[in-house]
Design a binder for this molecule. Structure first.
Ligand SMILES: Cc1cc2nc3c(=O)[nH]c(=O)nc-3n(C[C@H](O)[C@H](O)[C@H](O)COP(=O)(O)O)c2cc1C
Length: 389
C-alpha cells in the first residue's frame, strides 16, 4: 500500500510507485483528499503500469476497502506524509481511508515526512512523530536543503532511492547483526607507467551486491574495492579504495583478522609488470613487457593465525570445476563460488550471474542464472548456514 498525502512532494509518489512496480510489487495507492490538489489520481494510476489500478481516494468509494487493503498488504509506505496525517495516525484518528487503513493494519509502516522546516521542528509535530515511532512506525527522515516554499532547512522528502532501500530493508531479515564482513570487489590496475596500466574486465558489481546485501542484513561491512564506476552500496560502514593488487592485499590482511567473514569477489591481477616507468614510455618501435606473479591474497589470508570464514571466487573460461576445487583445497577456503565467465548472463560487467557453490565437504550446488543482488543474498544464506556448523 502506498499512501499519498497533501504535500508539495506528492508528485514524487509517481516515481515511487513506478520503482515499486519495477521491483514487481503489487501496488495499491490511497490518496487523501488534500493530495488531489497536488496530483491527479490518473498519474498514479498510470504509474501502476499495465494493470492500471485506480487509486482509492475516499472511505465511501469502496466500502470496507480499509479492512480489505489492511488484510492484503505486506507493507504500508506513506510518502509524502504530511504533519496533519502523522498527527492523525499518532492519535488513532480514522476519518479518511488512509488513516482508517492504518488503524486496521498491524504490519510494517514506513513514513516519509515532507514539510516546511518550521512544521518539522515544531514541538507538537515532534511529539506525534515520537509517538508513531513508539508504535513501531519507521520514519524515513527528510533531507535538508531548499524547499518548494523557499525555506531552507530540514523537511524535503527523502529521495526515492532512500525510500526504496527502506522498503527492501523492511522485507529483509536482520540475520547478520553483530557479524563483521569484509568484501573485496572490482579489478585492480597494475601500472606500466603513469598513464598506462594492465587491468581486467571485472566491474565490481558482484562484490558491491554482496557488500550491500550483508549491510542490509545488519552486518558491519568493510568493502575493499579496486577502481569501479559504481555508486557505493548503502549501509556499508567502511569503503577502502585501492588501485593495485598489492594495495588490495595489504588492505585485506589489515582488515581480515578483525572480520568474521571474508568474501573475495574482486578480480585482483595475477600478474604485474616487473617494473613500472616513472615517466610515460615513448612510442618508439616495439615494447617488451615482462610480468611477474602477484602475491596471492587468499593464500596469505589462509596463513593468518586468526583467519575469517573465507569465501573465494573462481572465474573460469570453461566448466573447469576441478580447478575451483583445487583452489578451495590449496588456499584452505571454506567455500568457493565458481563461475564460467564465457556463459551468457554470467561473469564480468553484467547484472546477472550463474554460479556453482562448492563447500569444504566436497558437495556443490548449481545455482541458476539470477540477478547479482539476489545471488548475493543466496550466497550469504549459504555462508551463514555453513559458518554456523
Ligand atoms: C500549497 C500547499 C502546500 C502544502 N505542503 C505541505 C507539506 O509539504 N507538508 C505538510 O505537512 N503540509 C502541507 N500543506 C498542508 C496540508 O496540505 C494540510 O495540512 C492538509 O490538511 C493535509 O491533509 P492530509 O494530511 O489529509 O493530506 C500544504 C498546503 C498547501 C496549501
Amino acid at each position: 500500500m502506498v499512501g499519498v498525502t497533501g504535500s508539495v512532494a506528492a508528485y514524487k509518489a509517481v516515481e515511487l510507485v513506478r520503482r515499486l512496480k519495477d521491483q514487481e510489487a503489487d501496488v495499491r495507492v490511497i490518496m487523501t483528499s488534500a493530495s488531489l490538489n497536488f496530483i491527479t489520481p490518473l498519474s498514479l494510476e498510470l504509474a501502476c503500469g499495465a494493470k492500471k489500478q485506480k487509486p482509492l481516494t475516499g472511505l465511501w468509494e469502496e466500502p470496507l476497502a480499509h479492512v480489505d487493503l489492511a488484510a492484503w498488504a505486506e507493507l504500508f509506505i506513506i510518502a509524502p506524509a504530511t504533519a496533519n496525517t502523522i498527527g492523525k495516525l499518532a492519535n488513532g484518528i480514522a476519518d479518511d481511508l488512509l488513516s482508517a487503513c492504518f488503524l486496521a493494519w498491524h504490519g510494517k509502516t514506513l513514513i516519509a515526512p515532507a514539510m516546511n522546516p518550521g512544521m518539522y521542528t515544531h514541538e507538537a509535530f515532534r511529539k506525534n512523530l515520537e509517538s508513531l515511532r513508539s508504535l513501531g512506525v519507521t520514519e524515513i527522515p527528510p533531507e535538508a536543503g531548499t524547499l518548494a516554499c523557499g525555506a531552507e532547512g530540514i523537511g524535503r522528502m527523502a529521495g526515492i532511492e532512500t525510500i526504496m532501500e527502506a522498503a527492501k530493508r523492511a522485507f529483509t531479515p536482520r540475520d547478520m547483526e553483530g557479524q563483521s564482513v569484509l568484501v573485496t570487489a572490482g579489478p585492480t590496475r597494475e601500472p606500466l607507467d603513469p598513464v598506462r596500466f594492465i587491468s581486467n574486465r571485472s566491474s565490481g558489481k558482484m562484490g558491491f551486491a554482496l557488500a550491500g546485501a550483508a549491510a542490509l542484513r545488519g552486518a558491519a561491512v568493510t568493502l575493499v574495492t579496486g577502481p569501479t564506476s559504481l555508486m557505493p552500496p548503502s549501509g556499508v560502514g567502511k569503503i577502502i579504495r585501492v588501485e593495485t593488487a598489492r594495495q588490495m592485499l595489504e588492505s585485506v590482511l589489515k582488515e581480515a583478522s578483525s572480520s568474521r567473514i571474508l568474501i573475495m569477489a574482486a578480480a585482483p591481477a595475477d600478474f604485474t609488470p616487473e617494473s613500472s616507468a616513472s615517466k610515460k614510455i615513448e612510442k618508439s618501435g616495439g615494447y617488451d613487457l615482462k610480468l611477474k606473479a602477484t602475491r596471492d591474497i587468499l593464500l596469505e589470508v589462509s596463513m593468518l593465525p586468526r583467519r575469517p570464514f573465507t569465501v573465494g571466487f573462481a572465474a573460469e573460461t570453461g566448466q573447469f570445476f576441478d580447478r575451483a576445487k583445487e583452489k578451495l583445497r590449496k588456499k584452505d577456503l571454506d567455500m568457493i563460488i565458481f563461475n564460467d565467465v564465457t556463459m551468457a548472463g554470467a561473469g564480468f560487467d553484467c547484472d546477472t550471474n550463474q554460479v556453482s557453490i562448492f563447500g569444504r565437504d566436497g558437495g556443490h550446488e548449481d545455482v541458476p542464472v539470477m540477478e547479482k543482488e539476489d545471488l548475493a543474498h543466496l550466497i550469504l544464506d549459504r555462508v551463514l548456514a555453513s559458518a554456523a556448523q
